[in-house]
Design a protein around this ligand. Structure first.
Ligand code: SAM
Length: 512
């Protein structure tokens, strides 16, 4: 639907309620430190998120970080949802339904320590991209960081024409007022076109599989990814140029696994990239080796390198915590260069040390003395575990105690929402300053625990009471469980695993 305010952005379908750890200032500071860059270290920093969608990430971060947060999303329904969460958490976030143009015109905004935009850049017009750059030029502090994610070439080159077909069909051939019907019609049209054997399909043989995978994706996501009027996919080097007017230097990615070359590149690729001196040229060439299609990049307004000693001192002082029980951490990790097994003699002691003392967060200095490992091995193991999402960098204990109360308030609200549905499966941790994935049933178990129930069987009863009233049942091996007994037994089994594996971690993360 075309509204005066939506500038061709596909606003008929609200966006998903997903959470992005990359926008957490604690995580971003860790990514910069990992690559040896200085960061603004203040606990009461001011942060901005552009295009916050349903506002899950900005609210988790505004609640779990001691600093202050400002954000906008021009979709009034989603801004209202985000403001509602901010009120529930009493986190002081200033959230607007301004367009980027309106935000830029405000004269009541501070200088920010960080500006983040996740899933925005590619899907807005060139004019809006310029407004974003101008916003960063005016409002990012010297030394401040900018996080931006975007679709890029060369990874997108074979399937960009597919997106073009969807968008063209939506613009010229769709009559339906219903957005789900318009999306389905465009997908069917594209499938029929490929089935008619155009020469393009022969040149890009993976297109059919790509289309099938899109058909299986969440329609809200598909709407935003493929049906906007604007879709400005870029090369990394063009992004560097686009951000230069805001005095932004490319620093690194917000992907810790990118720091592990053997996971990303063949020996031949590593040797080739070694020969390239210019860092921008090297990073751009690297995108060819990994066939990059989506980048999560970190820029700094005046990137400053730390000395090796200072970097190490800061890293030793940083704290880390497991986000899952040690026995559930995968034994391997996959990158563009293939799968690598986590060596038991390295990862065993690291996971043991992280799990010790009931999973309490520990500084790298503590982990080093507990594992007796070499510094470089431990730093790399932590980067891998953080990259996998099994571990998170933590904020200071002072920051943690400042935000504990409001995290509890937000988490209670989020758990209460699980009484009605499963849309937000994240809770806020005062320890990491970020979100932790917690399923709907686990949120229901937490409500039961809050009510003083101590036995997994009691938690399962509460969950069954809630879902059975809504006519829902559990699915086991693809089959619905038809009796109350079978559902309660399955929920009790889940609650037992929750008690043994998840609850100790949630307690250490100060969520339970
Ligand atoms: C793909 S969604 C990403 C949302 C969120 N960052 C996330 O990752 O979950 C893009 C968001 O940008 C917002 N948006 C697009 N153009 C905008 C503009 N010109 N001004 C403000 N918000 C805009 C949309 O309403 C939408 O919520």
């Amino acid at each position: 639907m075309s509204n005066a305010w939506n500038e061709g952005y596909f606003t008929d379908e609200g966006y998903t309620y997903s959470y992005s750890r990359e926008i957490n200032p604690v995580f971003l500071r860790y990514c910069l430190l990992l690559r040896g860059f200085a960061t603004l270290e203040s606990n009461d920093g001011v942060h901005c998120e552009l295009g916050f969608g349903q506002g899950v990430s900005i609210n988790i971060h505004a609640t779990a970080n001691p600093g202050s947060f400002v954000g906008t999303d021009f979709h009034p329904g989603m801004a209202a949802h985000a403001i509602d969460l901010a009120t529930a958490a009493n986190n002081g976030a200033r959230l607007y339904d301004d367009s980027f143009e309106q935000l830029l015109a405000r004269n009541d905004l501070p200088q920010f320590d960080s500006i983040s935009l996740h899933g925005i850049w590619t899907w807005v017009s060139r004019d809006n991209q310029k407004l974003i750059v101008e916003f960063a030029r005016r409002h990012l502090k010297p030394g401040g960081m900018l996080y931006v994610s975007y679709n890029c070439f060369p990874g997108w080159s074979p399937s960009a024409p597919l997106r073009n077909l969807f968008s063209l069909h939506d613009r010229f051939a769709n009559a339906s007022a219903r957005s789900d019907e318009r999306i389905d019609a465009a997908l069917e049209f594209s499938e029929a076109l490929l089935a008619a054997n155009p020469k393009y399909a022969a040149a890009a043989p993976s297109l059919g599989a790509r289309l099938q995978s899109i058909k299986g994706q969440d329609r809200h996501y598909v709407a935003h990814e493929y049906f906007n009027r604007d879709w400005n996919c870029m090369y990394f080097a063009d992004m560097v140029d686009a951000l230069a007017p805001a005095k932004l230097d490319y620093a690194t990615t917000a992907v810790p696994l990118d720091s592990i070359d053997p996971l990303n590149l063949s020996a031949e690729g590593m040797d080739f990239l070694e020969t390239i001196e210019h860092p921008i040229m090297r990073e751009q060439a690297r995108d060819y080796f990994v066939n990059q299609h989506f980048r999560r990049d970190l820029y700094v307004r005046g990137a400053t390198r730390l000395s090796a000693a200072e970097r190490r001192a800061r890293m030793l002082h940083s704290r880390f915590a497991l986000l899952q029980s040690w026995e559930t951490v995968a034994g391997s990790v996959t990158g563009p260069a293939g799968e690598a097994t986590l060596q038991a003699e390295i990862y065993g002691p690291v996971l043991d040390a992280l799990a010790a003392q009931n999973y309490a967060a520990k500084s790298m200095r503590q982990l080093l003395s507990e594992t007796a490992m070499a510094y470089d091995d431990l730093e790399q193991a932590l980067a891998v575990l953080i990259g996998m999402g099994a571990v998170a960098p933590c904020q200071s204990e002072a920051a943690e105690s400042q935000v504990s109360g409001r995290c509890a308030a937000l988490n209670l609200q989020l758990c209460k929402r699980s009484l009605y549905g499963a849309n937000i499966q994240t809770l806020a941790s005062p320890v990491t300053g970020g979100g932790v994935t917690v399923s709907r049933f686990q949120q229901l178990f937490l409500i039961s625990i809050k009510q003083g129930k101590q036995q997994p069987a009691e938690w399962a009863q509460l969950a069954w009471g809630v879902i059975s009233e809504q006519g829902e049942v559990l699915i086991d091996n693809g089959q619905p469980l038809l009796t109350a007994e079978a559902n309660i037994a399955a929920l009790t089994a889940q609650a037992q695993v929750f008690a043994e594996q998840t609850l100790p971690v949630l307690r250490a993360l100060k969520i339970a």
